[in-house]
Design a protein around this ligand. Structure first.
Ligand SMILES: Cc1cc2nc3c(=O)[nH]c(=O)nc-3n(C[C@H](O)[C@H](O)[C@H](O)COP(=O)(O)OP(=O)(O)OC[C@H]3O[C@@H](n4cnc5c(N)ncnc54)[C@H](O)[C@@H]3O)c2cc1C
Length: 451
């Protein structure tokens, strides 16, 4: 049986940051990834821009995520951190998803990580309080692998769940998750026409109106609107999407926009049939939306639909019940933790699991940031398991804040260093020396407050 120091299941942005951080500590790392590319939801589902690296003027997320952005900027594949035209966040970071896929390939290979694509976790073996092996499934059939430490970066907590770690799913009252969204990406959008329309009708775009000076800059913009047209089409039975308007983001590539508007309600990403049906429903809604955009949104008349999906985007499913569970109160009241591993400034952003509406809760003082402790990455029940990404230990509300990509990248970097420390010392995840972990994070250019 092939042996590694660390096996990471899932090569999304969090898994990739974990792999890089661990390999740079000298650990042998295998990443097993279901798809044929790295970056997960960020590169595969049309997500963008990355939100957010900043709290006001202060850049609170740095480390590997910043290293990736800096290289994309150097290659002309990102404008870097630009002001958010709606000022929902301090900055947003548009990027070229194809560029990021390639960059992640290069970075992981340079760091010596082994990556198995088209490889699904199939089974987990445990003995006592530790994982002893995993079985992966790919073109070779079933293969058993083992490592000293395992990192669950699947987003859905598949590895943790099958290892017997305590998990929750969805909101406490009914287990419902935030809706999934099938993204759409368009090219050949007439940006000049779209921008002129907005500037001519600022009253129709209330989120932008107070910040038109930013909107006028030559930067990729995000836009939310066309509420009246959306409402009328819903009333006429031609649109069945449980949202109130169109939400779109510029990618930074000329004429390219991401549409984040479909809303797939009542589906469960951890149920194979439900997930399959969500794909049907997502594409059905995309077809409705395509017709709407061409009819009502200036600049979309000759736009080309580049892709839908390719897979439906999942905002939330299972969460680990870890040594510590982050809460909304921790975020809003800015709890200080002695074991902080990442800071973040993204607000609590809950797309209604039951229908229309998105609830955002910002910290009372804009431009501030909160802390996430190491305790969200492990549980006392399984000694050689770390969990990272959107499925870490957080309440339903807190997860809605920490799920975005700079933050899950930061969590991944911490999980990778902690996994390497555990593998090198033979210690459990719970016994990793926090001061050493924080010191190594700082050496890898992570910003951490002194506590
Ligand atoms: C519709 C939508 C819009 C969003 N918009 C934004 C935005 O504008 N800005 C922003 O910053 N964030 C946004 N987010 C949030 C963000 O994209 C995700 O939360 C983040 O990318 C999650 O990263 P991750 O690495 O934790 O998980 P994922 O990206 O889900 O990565 C998990 C990886 O594990 C693999 N995997 C899963 N199960 C297995 C298995 N059993 N075996 C092997 N491999 C497996 C998957 O293929 C995937 O590559 C959005 C999310 C959604 C769904």
């Amino acid at each position: 049986m092939e042996q590694f120091d660390i096996i990471i299941i899932g090569g999304g942005v969090s898994g990739c940051c974990a792999a890089l951080a661990a390999a740079r500590q000298g650990a042998s790392v295998l990443v097993a990834e279901r798809d044929g590319y790295l970056g997960g939801t960020l590169t595969g589902c049309g997500v963008g821009p990355m939100m957010t690296f900043h709290a006001g003027d202060k850049q609170v997320i740095r480390g590997i995520m910043e290293e990736l952005v800096a290289e994309l900027v150097r290659r002309g594949q990102s404008p870097g951190h630009v002001p958010d035209t709606k000022q929902y966040c301090s900055t947003v970071t548009p990027f070229d998803a194809e560029g990021l896929k390639l960059l992640l390939d290069e970075k992981l290979r340079q760091a010596g990580c082994k990556v198995l694509f088209h490889t699904f976790l199939g089974a987990v073996e445990t003995a006592g309080n530790e994982i002893t092996a995993v079985t992966i499934c790919n073109k070779d059939g079933l293969t058993k692998l083992s490592s000293k430490v395992y990192v669950d970066a699947t987003g859905d907590g598949d590895l943790a769940m099958w290892a017997g770690a305590p998990m929750t799913k969805g909101r406490p009252e009914d287990g419902a998750a935030q809706p999934m969204t099938m993204k759409m990406k368009y090219c050949n959008v007439d940006t000049v026409q779209l921008k002129q329309y907005v500037l001519g009708h600022p009253e129709l775009f209330p989120a932008l109106a107070p910040h038109l000076d930013i909107f006028k800059q030559d930067i990729p913009f995000d836009l939310e609107g066309f509420d009246q047209e959306f409402k009328a089409e819903k009333a006429a039975g031609r649109l069945s999407i449980r949202r109130e308007n169109v939400l779109m983001f510029g990618t930074g590539r000329p004429g390219e926009y991401i549409i984040n508007t479909t809303r797939i309600i009542g589906h469960d990403a951890t149920d194979a049939w439900s997930l399959s049906n969500a794909e049907y429903e997502g594409r059905r809604q995309c077809a409705e939306l395509d017709s709407f955009l061409r009819t009502y949104v200036p600049g979309f008349e000759k736009a080309l639909l580049e892709f839908t999906g390719p897979t439906v985007g999942v905002r939330g499913s299972r969460q680990l019940v870890g040594q510590y569970t982050l809460t909304a109160q921790d975020i809003l009241e800015r709890t200080v933790f002695p074991d902080t591993i990442v800071h973040s400034a993204y607000p609590i952003d809950i797309h209604n699991p039951s229908g229309e509406g998105t609830a955002s809760t910002f910290m009372s003082k804009r431009g501030t940031y909160y802390s996430i402790p190491y305790g969200v990455l492990y549980c006392p029940e399984i000694r050689n398991l770390l969990v990272t990404g959107r499925c870490v230990s957080a309440s339903f509300e807190a997860q809605a804040a920490i799920r975005t990509t700079p933050t899950v990248g930061g969590l991944g970097q911490a999980a990778g260093i902690a996994a390497a420390l555990a593998a090198q010392t033979g210690m459990s995840a719970a016994d990793v020396d926090i001061s050493q972990l924080r010191q190594r994070l700082k050496e890898q250019n992570v910003y951490l407050d002194e506590v």
